[in-house]
Write a protein that binds this ligand. Structure first.
Ligand SMILES: Cc1cc2nc3c(=O)[nH]c(=O)nc-3n(C[C@H](O)[C@H](O)[C@H](O)COP(=O)(O)OP(=O)(O)OC[C@H]3O[C@@H](n4cnc5c(N)ncnc54)[C@H](O)[C@@H]3O)c2cc1C
Length: 348
């Protein structure tokens, strides 16, 4: 298609996950012409455990009736110890990703934002994108919010080196008394961890492990061993797996931005990516609207990420001391001040 015939947008956002939807929401009242492209037919579906912490509610006044489960205590388990983290108020919540996506979608003013689903971006050039190998659309700004296998990131030639492989089962369960649980067991999960996150009608039971340290086969075998030991019945459960990219190398590249997991902004230790996607999606929209927009929110996010990624590196080099370190951390949790700091550090 000749450039003169091509439809042109001020901003094209690739990907309607939390980052792309938040970016579109902030841009929508601005008068800029925005195109949001999503390859899936339906917005919101995503392999995810759906866990968020208090930080999430600093961004969104999310209706309490849409929260799946909430807790003020979580079982923290290592190979030798159990510790029940208890806080005065709820600090861990689960959400249904489809409900979150549809809720975010409803907040976008559609007058200025065109949303096309079932449309995959197949090629990127410096001033246009190609969709489904047929149509092209021109842009002034491009936002890559297209997740861990980001095409926009590949166009920018930014390698994706550090990632976690995450697997989970969604186990049908309507019981109300299954606790949230986080398991730090280096014998099974190396520097990663396993989780049990209760939802309304299922449990997300999964683990995340760096594939550079444990092969996918070994990781799967260890996970299944652990699942069996815990007594979970996975005969009716859906198995899912997906990478989590946490290799951050910048978010602004002239008129092209990377948001959320496409930028590798996920926290390396906790794998928390919903919150980081929302913050970066919002901040990128604000940088597009005002190039002098202060960087403090983005810097605060990066500071938190650096702390988590540094601790993860420490775990990588700890070798045989890794498990004693996990046990020691659980021992320290007996100290109220330490425990409060950990909850505050992770949950906000
Ligand atoms: C098993 C597992 C459990 C997890 N658990 C949690 C958790 O409990 N809490 C948490 O905070 N995070 C969790 N995460 C991480 C979290 O899901 C992601 O970090 C988060 O979804 C990132 O949001 P995003 O908007 O950046 O990208 P995504 O949610 O990945 O959205 C990207 C969107 O872009 C679309 N897309 C991709 N390529 C194209 C293209 N070429 N053209 C058009 N569209 C495209 C995709 O279809 C997708 O909808 C988990 C991840 C996994 C794998």
């Amino acid at each position: 298609m000749k450039p003169a015939q091509r439809k042109h947008f001020d901003v094209i956002i690739v990907g309607a996950g939390p980052a792309g939807l938040r970016c579109a929401e902030i841009l929508s009242p601005s008068g800029l012409k925005v195109l949001l492209l999503e390859k899936k037919q339906h917005i919101g579906q995503r392999i995810c455990a759906g866990g968020v912490t208090r930080k999430f509610f600093k961004i969104y006044d999310f209706p309490p009736e849409l929260i799946e489960k909430t807790t003020n205590h979580t079982l923290l388990t290592s190979s030798r110890r159990h510790f029940n983290i208890h806080a005065g108020e709820d600090f861990l919540f689960t959400l249904n990703r489809e409900i979150l996506g549809q809720w975010q979608l409803a907040r976008i003013n559609r007058e200025n934002v065109e949303i096309q689903t079932g449309r995959q971006v197949t090629r990127i050039e410096k001033d246009f994108v190609e969709v489904d190998r047929t149509k092209t659309f021109g842009y002034n700004f491009l936002v890559g919010a297209d997740g861990p296998s980001s095409l926009v990131r590949r166009y920018l030639k930014i390698p994706a080196r550090h990632y976690i492989m995450a697997i989970q089962y969604k186990i049908p369960c309507r019981k109300n008394d299954v606790p949230f649980e986080v398991v730090l067991n280096a014998n099974y999960f190396h520097t990663g961890y396993a989780w049990v996150f209760p939802h309304k009608d299922y449990l997300s039971v999964g683990c995340g492990v760096d594939p550079h340290h444990l092969s996918p086969q070994k990781m799967k075998a260890n996970f299944h061993r652990w699942v069996k030991e815990k007594g979970f019945d996975i005969s009716q459960a859906a198995y899912e797996s997906f990478p989590i990219l946490y290799d951050y190398q910048g978010f602004r590249f002239n008129n092209i931005f990377l948001a959320g997991e496409a930028a590798g902004l996920t926290f390396g230790l906790s794998g928390e990516g919903i919150y980081t996607a929302l913050v970066s999606g919002e901040e990128i929209a604000r940088f597009i609207l005002n190039p002098a927009h202060p960087e403090q929110n983005m810097q605060a996010l990066l500071h938190h990420k650096r702390l988590q990624d540094r601790f993860l590196r420490l775990l990588h080099v700890a070798g045989p001391l890794r498990q004693p370190l996990f046990n020691f951390i659980l021992h320290l949790m007996d100290n109220k001040t330490f425990c409060r700091k950990v909850i505050h550090g992770f949950s906000g």
